[in-house]
Design a protein around this ligand. Structure first.
Ligand SMILES: Cc1ncc(C[n+]2csc(CCOP(=O)(O)OP(=O)(O)O)c2C)c(N)n1
Ligand SMILES: [Mg+2]
Length: 376
C-alpha cells in the first residue's frame, strides 16, 4: 500500500497597508473609500483617548479593573465597518472600538467596569452581546445566535472576537466543531496579541499559526495583519459573504499586540521585554492609518488638533454620564433576574436590606423611603 498525501494545504496571510506604509492597490481597491478612511481614523483616535481616560478612572479609584484596548483597535473596527448593522457582534473585552462604531454609548463600557449592570443592558437593535469576561464562552453564544438566525430563515450572521488564549479553551473547540458541522454562519475572529496575560502564545500553541485551528474542523481559515484595518476589512468582508450566502463559518487569525498591560491589575514589565513592545509600537494601527491619510493629503496637523479637542470633549461627557448616573434601584437584582418571583425570592426581596436594621439607624429611613418594608 503506497503512502500518499491526503491533505496538502496552505494558510494565507493578508496584508494591505503594511507597517512601512506600502499599500497594495489591487487588494485594497474599493475596500474603504477616502471619506470612510477619515471617519475610521477619527473614530479610532477617539477610542484611543477613551482608553487613556478609562485607565485614569481606574488609577484614581473611580472605576474597577480595566483592560486597555490600546494597539488592538483595528481588528474590531475593521470588522464592525464591513458587517451589516444587524449582524451580531459577540465580543470579548478588547473590542470597544468596534462596539462604539456600531453605536454602543461609551458610558456603557465604563459602567460595566464600574460594576454597574446597566452597562450590560444593551439596546436590542445594536445587535451585540455584553463583553464576555469568562474566556471563550462567547464563541458558543455566537454559534447559538447565528444558528437561530439560520433557523428563522434570516440572513444575519454573527462575528465573535476572542484572544489567542481562548483558543486553548474547550468552549472554543466545541463552538468551531458545531459551526463547521452544522453549517452555521459565524465569523470567528481571533485577536492573537501574543499573550494570554503572562503566557506567550508560543507555549500554548505548538502549531505555527492559530488560523489552522479552524482548518482542523474543516472550515476556511486565514491569517491577517490585525493592525492593518484594510486587511481586516477584506478578510471579514469575504468571511461574512461566505457565511451569508453559504452558511459557512470562517476562522480568522488577526495578528496584533496589546500595547498596554493585560489589565490595570497587571504589570507586563514583569514578563515581557520592552524591546518587543517598542517594535510593536511601530506597527500601531492608529499611526499607520494616520500616515496613510497624510500621504494622500486627507489629513493634516490642524485636523489632528481639532480631533484631539473633540475626543477630549466626547470622552469627558461619556465619563460624566457614567459617574453621574443615578444609583440603581436596590430591588434591581431581584426584578431583572426572574420574570416572576417565587415566594421565597419575594421574601428575600422584601427583607434583603433590613438584616442589620438597628445597627445603623439611617438604614431605617433609607429602607422606608425606598418602599421596602422592614423585616418581620
Ligand atoms: C474561563 C476563564 N479562565 C480564566 C480566566 C482568567 N483570564 C482572564 S484574561 C485571561 C487570558 C486571556 O488571554 P487571551 O484569550 O489571549 O485574551 P487577551 O487578554 O490577550 O486579549 C485569563 C486566563 C477567565 N477570565 N475565564
Ligand atoms: Mg491574547
Amino acid at each position: 500500500m503506497p503512502v500518499r498525501t491526503v491533505l496538502n494545504t496552505t494558510i494565507e496571510h493578508v496584508s494591505i497597508l503594511d507597517e512601512d506604509g506600502n499599500f497594495d492597490a489591487d487588494l485594497g481597491r474599493d475596500l474603504i473609500p477616502d471619506d470612510d478612511a477619515v471617519r475610521l481614523y477619527e473614530h479610532m483616535s477617539i477610542c484611543r483617548h477613551f482608553d487613556e481616560i478609562a485607565f485614569k478612572l481606574q488609577r484614581s479609584g473611580r472605576m474597577g479593573t480595566y483592560p486597555e484596548n490600546r494597539g488592538q483597535e483595528a481588528a474590531s473596527l475593521g470588522a464592525a465597518y464591513v458587517l451589516r448593522p444587524d449582524d451580531w457582534l459577540v465580543p470579548c473585552y478588547r473590542e470597544n472600538t468596534g462596539l462604539f462604531w456600531r453605536g454602543l454609548p461609551m458610558e456603557m463600557i465604563l459602567l460595566h467596569w464600574m460594576g454597574d449592570e446597566r452597562g450590560n443592558q444593551i439596546a436590542a437593535d445594536l445587535a451585540m452581546t455584553p463583553q464576555a469576561i469568562p474566556i471563550g464562552t462567547q464563541l458558543l453564544h455566537a454559534v447559538g445566535l447565528a444558528w437561530a438566525s439560520k433557523y428563522r430563515g434570516e440572513d444575519r450572521i454573527s462575528c465573535t472576537f476572542f484572544g489567542d488564549g481562548a483558543t486553548s479553551e474547550g468552549d472554543c473547540h466545541e463552538a468551531l466543531n458545531f459551526a463547521a458541522n452544522l453549517n452555521i454562519p459565524v465569523v470567528f475572529l481571533c485577536q492573537n496579541n501574543g499573550w494570554a496575560i503572562s503566557v506567550p502564545t508560543k507555549i500554548q500553541c505548538s502549531a505555527p499559526t492559530l488560523a489552522q485551528r479552524g482548518m482542523a474542523y474543516g472550515m476556511p481559515c486565514v491569517q491577517c495583519d490585525g493592525n492593518d484595518i484594510f486587511a481586516v476589512a477584506k478578510v471579514v468582508r469575504d468571511a461574512a459573504e461566505l457565511a451569508r450566502t453559504e452558511h459557512r463559518p470562517t476562522f480568522i487569525e488577526a495578528v496584533t499586540y496589546r500595547l498596554g498591560d493585560h489589565t490595570t491589575a497587571d504589570d507586563a514589565r514583569r514578563y515581557r521585554d520592552q524591546a518587543e513592545v517598542d517594535a510593536w509600537k511601530k506597527r500601531d494601527p492608529l499611526l499607520r492609518l494616520r500616515n496613510y491619510l497624510s500621504e494622500r493629503t486627507l489629513w493634516d496637523d490642524d485636523r489632528e488638533k481639532a480631533l484631539a479637542a473633540r475626543a477630549k470633549k466626547e470622552v469627558a461627557a461619556a465619563a460624566r454620564r457614567a459617574e453621574e448616573i443615578a444609583d440603581p434601584a436596590r430591588t434591581d437584582m431581584f426584578d431583572f433576574l426572574y420574570a416572576t418571583l417565587s415566594p421565597d425570592i419575594e421574601a428575600q426581596r422584601s427583607t434583603a436590606r433590613t438584616s442589620s436594621l438597628g445597627v445603623d439607624p439611617t438604614q431605617l429611613d433609607d429602607a422606608r423611603s425606598s418602599g421596602i418594608e422592614e423585616a418581620v
